[in-house]
Design a protein around this ligand. Structure first.
Ligand code: OXD
Ligand code: MN
Length: 595
């Protein structure tokens, strides 16, 4: 039965029903009873499998189709009236054409199936940041995952009332035909249509589709920002907590940084890290003139491989109850495993495709993009205020990428405008298999390249405008955990030791740490980073030491000049949408590097 009298919601559901022709419609009320019944049903059909209840209570296993295991950027479109508004970094389709094409695909797609209507909120219900979506789907996996990743159910409709301010999300697995797989965004209509996929990133419409692509567009119109950022709090021994948000391209360790455990020396002094979010931040101006951030999600959709007791014990602990695992190894005892969990690949297990897996075969057991979908409240270091409706004030914004040689361990921008430039030139290198080989550079401004719902030139202008409006600007930094030595070994230990860099960042915000000015910005002096107690071998004969630190704080002007050439080429694609301030910063950088 419909759970609302909101005409716009009812009309939307009726329209989708008329198109997809389901046998029945079920509204998701958010109660455990209904979710339990759906879990039971999905277990009966094999859509999910209940895991070992003693070891993983309330946890389930799911496999997606073998050719449907990741986001499909080449099939992801921004469908706005004018192509120019989507910009050179997005695929574009005219809205009428997109509705027609997907409408044909959706026609009758749910016949013989149940249509689920999921009212969901991005942001805590009642928060001034919160926004409502209605996702329609024919997948119980989607319903159960949305119930972890967002707030779902009747309360959401209560918050919406009679308003038309909700995102209309339509998803159907259809036939999982990869030739007809499309992820279509209509920012001007507050709508998302997703067909022929069952992979989380394409079908949990609250996440990348709404909370980044649609929300970035909304934020520009409504004076706020939707960013691909983790949020964490750093508590000092006096019990004061400062907050930072950090943007990294996918697969740079955002979840690990969000949940890091400080090195022992810091812990003994009383430092703590609190997690607020691992992927998305919605940021608004606060009454104090600063920027305040919330995590609009309620769960973590994290990459499983590589997560282990050393790299991220908090994430591991988070996934021990109420979690859905997708495309990992299924052990005989109905627990799970993935590469990098430990050194004991299980015997007699099934791989992510459901086939008996021989660890000696050379094939990975888990898909490299296998995932856990886990409730944020499970996280041992979740901040006590993570659901605070007004969010947390940001002291710093951190950008980062994977650069083998170019970017130093950390540097600080000179001011907000320069910081926006630092974000705009973000890039990551795919590390080539050959040791020491430097990979291909992919520019990924603010880690938003696949997620910005409009022209990135306009997006940079929005960042500049926000900086003008606020009176307390967070300081902007760039970090790079991934500098390599000549043989291709990581020089910096990373993981918990990244706290040492966060410590410098916070001390810079407090005016309590030194730095030296370089052409790219302020770089710490080696003595400004506390490396006491680091116990890390870069390579068999080389321990991390002060020399190594000096090495990764260095700025090689000739490499930067090469980067300038690549940035120029990238910026050229934006034509006159490139804000003159950003062009000016590039010219300034080139000048400073050339003296
Ligand atoms: C993610 C991504 O899944 O950025 O968070 O790809
Ligand atoms: Mn992400």
């Amino acid at each position: 039965m419909a759970m609302t009298s909101n005409k716009m919601v009812l009309n939307f559901v009726e329209d989708m029903k008329a198109m997809a022709c389901p046998d029945s419609v079920i509204w998701i009320d958010g109660g455990e009873e209904q979710l339990d019944a759906l879990r039971a049903e999905a277990c009966t059909t094999g859509e999910i499998l209940r895991l070992n209840d003693a070891q993983l209570p309330g946890c389930y296993y799911h496999r997606s189709a073998v050719d449907d295991v990741a986001r499909v950027e080449d099939r992801t479109y921004i469908c706005c009236k004018h192509k120019e508004d989507a910009g050179p970094t997005n695929n574009w389709m005219a809205p009428a054409e997109a509705y027609k094409m997907a409408g044909d695909i959706f026609k009758g797609a749910m016949s013989g199936r149940t249509m689920y209507v999921i009212p969901f909120s991005m942001g805590a219900i009642g928060s001034p940041f919160a926004k409502v979506g209605i996702e329609i789907t024919d997948s119980i996996y989607v319903v159960l995952s949305m119930a972890i990743m967002t707030r779902v159910g009747a309360d959401v409709l209560g918050m919406l009332g009679d308003s038309n301010d909700f995102v209309r999300g339509m998803h159907s697995k259809c036939q999982l035909d990869k030739e007809k797989r499309y992820i279509l965004h209509f920012p001007e209509d507050n709508a998302i249509w997703s067909c022929n996929s069952g992979y989380g990133g394409n079908v949990l419409l609250g996440k990348k589709c709404f909370a980044l692509r649609i929300a970035s567009y909304q934020g520009r119109n409504e004076n706020w920002m939707a960013e691909h950022m983790l949020i964490l709090g750093i508590e000092n021994p006096k019990g004061e907590t400062k907050y930072v948000a950090a943007a990294f391209p996918s697969a740079c360790g955002k979840t690990n940084l969000a949940m890091l455990i400080p090195p022992e020396g810091y812990r003994k002094q009383g430092y703590k890290v609190w997690t607020l979010g691992d992927d998305i931040a919605w940021i608004r101006m606060g009454e104090d003139g600063g920027l305040w951030a919330v995590n609009p999600e309620a769960g973590f959709f994290g990459v499983a491989p590589g997560t282990n007791r050393n790299s991220n014990p908090n994430a591991l602990e988070t996934t021990t109850s109420g979690t859905i695992f997708t495309n990992v190894v299924l052990k005989k005892d109905k627990t799970v495993w993935w590469e990098g969990m430990d050194k004991n690949p299980p015997e007699g297990a099934l791989d992510w495709k459901g086939n008996p897996w021989d660890p000696a075969s050379g094939e990975t057991g888990a898909n490299p993009n296998s995932r856990f979908t886990a409730p944020a409240r499970n996280c041992p270091c979740i901040a006590p205020n993570w659901e605070d409706p007004v969010g947390v004030p940001l002291s710093a914004i951190i950008f980062g990428g994977r650069r083998a040689r170019t970017a130093p361990l950390v540097y600080q921008s000179r001011d907000w405008q320069h910081g926006v430039f630092v974000g705009a030139i973000m890039a990551s290198e795919t590390t080539a298999a050959a040791a020491g080989a430097v990979g291909v550079v992919r520019r990924d401004p603010m880690a938003m390249l696949p997620f910005c719902g409009y022209n990135m030139g306009d997006y940079w202008q929005h960042w500049l405008n926000m900086g003008e409006k606020i009176t307390k600007q967070p300081k902007i930094f760039n970090v790079n955990w991934f500098r390599l030595d000549e043989e291709g070994h990581f020089i910096w230990p990373g993981f918990g030791d990244n706290f040492r860099v966060l410590d410098w960042i916070i001390r810079r915000c407090d005016g309590a740490a030194d730095a030296k000015e370089t052409p790219i910005g302020f770089v710490p002096l080696p003595e400004d980073i506390d490396i006491s107690g680091i116990d890390y071998m870069i390579s068999p004969g080389r321990a991390f030491d002060g020399e190594a630190l000096k090495d990764i704080l260095s700025v090689d002007k000739s490499l930067w000049l090469e980067d300038v050439a690549s940035i120029k080429e990238f910026f050229a694609g934006f034509g006159d949408k490139l804000p003159p301030e950003i062009a000016g910063e590039l010219a300034e950088l080139e000048k400073k590097l050339s003296v």
